[in-house]
Design a protein around this ligand. Structure first.
Ligand SMILES: Cc1cc2nc3c(=O)[nH]c(=O)nc-3n(C[C@H](O)[C@H](O)[C@H](O)COP(=O)(O)OP(=O)(O)OC[C@H]3O[C@@H](n4cnc5c(N)ncnc54)[C@H](O)[C@@H]3O)c2cc1C
Length: 421
């Protein structure tokens, strides 16, 4: 049965993810009535699964490099990061009782390897400040009333609730992994209030490839490879590092980083290829010399043994199939044409992109509330007074490495500081 309840708040934060929780904590003043509304039954579901459940909370990169991982919209975060950066975030959680360790790629994780720990200390802090979190509260509509206050319509399992707030913070996340609650509804709320949304696309998303080669290699991780995105024979982007083959294509850190470029090209109707250089440390000439040497020194052996010295074992049958050279061919019989084919495949292991995975497999959402419409020093809307944004709902997204969670916390921190005044 529907029931109408009117309660008034100074600040309502929509979304109990890292951005929303940080905003609420930092905006706290004993005389202020603050409420967090969360659609799901438990707060911070995405934070709890971040970093495969270990939460890569931030990165040790310096300021300039950190910002560069956000692409051109990184400039929006300059103020937030200059006020509350990686060391500030780590110290913040140290004070809440969490210690961290630094891992490969300058990534910070809690020593406990447990993302829940991060979520729980924030909730403990919220409880200690007596800030209320209403879970099972899906904000459906926001309008302004004649007093210039916000009127929020909330749907919960008991019916509809109406709340009034002087200030509203939209910290609803993006549209990726909608099962965690961030299903893009924040964009609708912002649009209702007159904001523009930069078109959203899945980012940090696995890529599907044509043919069945990737499937045959499913589970194989390649380290220290260079992957190039090519469109009409032109190099568009490249990354060096680690990737993995999946049941339908490719994924892993460097593919996820390249995925935004790939998705944008596909949306424009381009044919896109990804080219894996399995020997990026060797140019063609040096690699050819190495092949000549290997063949000469082992000329009694067979072709398969040469491949063993060059490739992980699961790649060998695939290479034999593509090259069309018998695995038993004596190395003494390998001619320059065979050697050239092998060299080209090692440097140009190519896959045509078929498609990209949708939002339910995307780590982040690219696009969102236009940064032109938000004041980066307060996170307040430039269009609607007393309306704020924090976190992934804003048109900011970065590579993997802890950058996205830092941005959620930093933007939440900035909004909170301003609201506290
Ligand atoms: C699998 C996975 C792993 C990740 N790992 C990492 C990592 O290790 N490091 C990293 O930096 N980033 C990682 N990310 C990205 C990172 O988790 C997000 O960028 C970050 O959580 C964004 O924080 P947020 O507070 O803006 O939004 P979210 O964490 O998405 O929180 C938004 C909250 O708002 C609630 N909500 C949405 N709409 C409404 C509504 N209408 N009414 C009420 N509530 C609403 C949602 O239920 C949700 O709880 C990962 C993402 C995924 C999916």
């Amino acid at each position: 049965m529907n029931k109408q309840v009117f309660e008034q708040y100074d600040i309502i934060v929509i979304g109990a993810g890292p951005a929303g929780l940080m905003t609420a904590i930092e905006s706290f003043q004993p005389n202020k009535k603050i409420l967090i509304l969360e659609k799901k039954f438990k707060p911070a579901l995405k934070l709890r699964i971040a970093g495969k459940g270990r939460c890569n909370i931030t990165n040790d990169a310096n300021f300039k490099e950190f910002i560069s991982h956000f692409g051109k919209n990184g400039r929006f975060l300059k103020y937030a990061f200059s006020e509350f950066f990686n060391t500030d975030l780590l110290e913040y959680f140290n004070k809440l009782g969490i210690s961290f360790k630094l891992e490969r790629g300058n990534r910070y994780f809690p020593k406990s390897d447990d993302a829940n720990e991060i979520a729980e200390v924030l909730i403990k802090k919220i409880n200690s400040l007596k800030i209320k979190i209403k879970t099972d509260s899906d904000v459906k509509e926001i309008i302004k009333n004649e007093n210039d206050d916000f009127v929020l319509t909330i749907k919960n399992s008991e019916g509809i609730l109406t709340l009034i707030a002087k200030n509203v913070v939209i910290a609803t996340g993006g549209k990726s992994y909608p099962g965690t609650g961030s299903d893009g509804s924040g964009y609708k709320l912002a649009t209702q209030l007159g904001h523009k949304i930069t078109p959203i696309i899945p980012a940090l998303v696995p890529i599907e490839t044509q043919g069945n080669i990737a499937q045959k290699l499913q589970g194989l991780t390649l380290k220290n490879v260079n992957v190039e995105v090519r469109c009409e024979n032109k190099k568009i982007d490249e990354e060096f590092g680690e990737m993995i083959f999946t049941d339908s294509g490719v994924s892993g850190p460097i593919i996820l980083s390249l995925s935004k470029t790939i998705v944008k090209l596909l949306i424009k109707g381009n044919t896109v290829n990804i080219i894996i250089d399995l020997k990026p440390a060797l140019d063609h000439n040096t690699l050819d010399k190495r092949l000549i040497r290997e063949i000469k020194n082992n000329n009694k052996k067979i072709f398969k043994s040469l491949l063993k010295s060059l490739l992980p074992s699961s790649l060998i049958p695939v290479f034999i199939e593509i090259l069309g050279i018998s695995q038993n061919k004596k190395l003494s019989e390998i001619n320059s044409e065979d050697r050239k084919k092998l060299r080209l495949l090692l440097k140009d292991f190519s896959f045509e992109v078929k498609d990209y995975k949708l939002f339910n497999k995307a780590i982040v959402t690219s696009g969102g509330i236009s940064i032109k419409e938000i004041n980066p020093q307060t996170m307040e809307s430039r269009i609607v007074k007393n309306l704020f944004f924090a976190g992934e709902v804003i048109d900011i997204d970065a590579d993997t490495g802890g950058y996205n969670i830092q941005a959620a916390f930093s933007t939440g921190w900035v909004a909170g500081q301003y609201l506290k005044k």
